[in-house]
Design a protein around this ligand. Structure first.
Ligand code: FAD
Length: 496
């Protein structure tokens, strides 16, 4: 069986054996499959649909997610395909054609040495997913389409998953990346606890606007009216493609997501004529909910992304939090499956990610209730997710210089190299700053000695594969034990 390239096995037979079965090829499943592929873990990524999701819904990549993409080596490609967030522009006047106030949806910040990606990047989710799919293929992986998981059992050694067409897969672990209505979560009987964020229904659609229509691609256009706000956001990568979001003041309204319905809504609530929407590529209605799964792990099954938590779109948090769930899980699965780390390492996934998800839920709900689309809708820096960390968590040990274990490891441009480049890849990185490094004989740990870097201060810093300080100290006391917990042995940290 080819590494991750199990398509031929699963495609030609009724059963397959893999280390990890990933259910759902949204951004969560695709990023996990990429991470496992680069770690040499055999994984099967299955998708019930016959293609990747075609809509733009999660269109904002936050700075922390851009750092993740840097680690994967695909940030330049994604940035080239995306664009900066355009400024919001409120249209006013009786005909909705008078330019009003302009503002930034996301507070803008200047990049720094420590935080080189300071602002959100705009790219439609379907476009982003296509790039992830391309990268997965380049890593030797594949998505198996038309494969709907309908049931599974787990025993002490593995999960046996069943598919709608009778196929079966036996996997050591199953990851539910199957979205907000997760079949895996339901089959597990895990409750989703939460609330409706807003009773007002919404409609989201990707529309092509006629070239000569008066809306340009330099702004995110906003119309506010008695029936509710409508926004049109230009999407990069396709000529005159916009994401339309409409909110309905009437809680009993039933959004019409047909092409005709979208055209009618546009003509009623914006100055655009119905026939200026030349194509409706995709449309859907939704009512924002904020909810989190009671557990993120049951035995050999993990919940990640929207399967574990759903949000309001306010603040562009859902897709980003989803990507970071599996960025946390991927290396742990890799260490357990390929490097003999104790299985308890996997317990830290839920312990670390559930509090993060709970915080993010609170943030997106507060933002939604304050102002979803209107003039007060500017989002502060909290949505950039750069402040998220695992201080005090089960896998954070020690402190040194200016940092504590659990902190995000900042970037730096030093004579010895750019830190994010040193971190990039599936390995751990041990930085010895202003001190002698211990002898760590493990190919899983890259050791670098730096003369000085104020941002970190003096000491030893072990950076986890997901870019957080895992362990820090002024001496190497405790480092060996930490590495053993993470399966980063063989190693012999010798005392100087
Ligand atoms: C209007 C709107 C705007 C948004 N804006 C943003 C934003 O700007 N930024 C942001 O971060 N997030 C945003 N989000 C949220 C974002 O879209 C989601 O958080 C993201 O799609 C979650 O990814 P996922 O992979 O976990 O789930 P999904 O994208 O839902 O993918 C799940 C996949 O699993 C497949 N699947 C389901 N059941 C099965 C099964 N039984 N067997 C096999 N496959 C199955 C599905 O077909 C699907 O492809 C927005 C959402 C909406 C609705």
């Amino acid at each position: 069986m080819g590494l991750n390239g199990v398509k031929e096995v699963f495609g030609g037979s009724t059963t397959a054996d893999v280390d990890v079965l990933i259910c759902g090829a949204g951004p969560t499943g695709l990023v996990l499959a990429m991470d496992l592929a680069r770690r040499g873990v055999s994984a099967l990524l299955v998708e019930k649909s016959d293609r990747l999701f075609p809509g733009s819904r999660g269109k904002g990549l936050q700075p922390r997610t851009q750092e993740v993409l840097h680690d994967f080596g695909i940030l330049d490609t994604v940035r080239a395909a995306g664009r900066e967030y355009p400024r919001m522009l409120a249209w006013e006047g009786p005909d909705g054609r008078t330019r009003g106030r302009e503002w930034d949806m996301m507070e803008r910040s200047e990049p720094t040495e420590q935080t080189p990606y300071a602002n959100g990047l705009l790219i439609g989710q379907s476009h982003f997913q296509a790039l992830l799919h391309e990268e997965l293929r380049a890593l030797g992986g594949e998505v198996v389409f038309d494969a709907e998981l309908t049931g599974f059992d787990q025993d002490a050694d593995a999960v046996t998953a069943r598919f709608a067409d009778g196929r079966e897969v036996r996997a050591r672990y199953l990851v539910a990346a199957d979205g907000g209505r997760s079949a895996v979560r339901r089959l597990l009987g895990v409750a989703m606890n939460g609330e409706s964020v807003d009773p007002k229904p919404m409609l989201v659609a990707d529309v092509v606007v006629a070239p000569d229509a008066f809306v340009d691609e330099n702004n995110w256009h906003v119309w506010s009216g008695p029936s509710g706000p409508v926004v049109l956001c230009p999407l990069p990568g396709a000529f005159r493609l916009f994401q339309l979001i409409a909110q309905y003041e009437d809680v009993d309204a039933v959004p019409d997501a047909t092409a005709e319905g979208v055209r009618k809504l546009t003509a009623t609530r914006t100055p655009l004529a119905a026939d200026e929407i030349t194509e409706v590529v995709w449309a859907s209605e939704f009512r924002p909910r904020a909810a989190m799964a009671e557990r993120f792990r049951v035995g050999r099954v993990f919940l990640a992304g929207d399967a574990a938590h759903v949000h309001s779109p306010a603040g562009a948090q859902g897709l980003n939090t989803s990507v970071q769930d599996v960025y946390n899980l991927g290396w742990k699965l890799g260490q357990v499956l390929r490097h003999g780390a104790p299985a308890e390492l996997l317990d830290t996934y839920e312990q670390e990610r559930q509090p993060v998800a709970a915080d993010v839920l609170g943030i997106s709900t507060r933002l939604h209730r304050r102002a979803l689309l209107g003039a007060d809708s500017q989002r502060g820096n909290v949505v950039k997710q750069l402040g998220i960390g695992y201080r005090g968590g089960p896998l954070s040990s020690g402190a040194a210089g200016a940092l504590q274990a659990g902190d995000r490891a900042p970037d730096g441009t030093l004579p010895e190299g750019r830190l994010f480049d040193l971190f990039s890849g599936p390995h751990f990185t041990l930085l010895a700053i202003g001190t002698e490094p211990p002898a760590v004989r493990s190919e899983l740990v890259h050791v670098h000695t730096l003369t000085a870097y104020e941002t970190y201060g003096r000491g030893l810093f072990l950076i986890r594969p997901d870019g957080y300080v895992g362990w820090a100290g002024e001496t190497d006391r405790g480092l060996g034990e930490y590495l053993a917990r993470c399966g980063a042995a063989p190693r012999t940290p010798a005392r100087p």
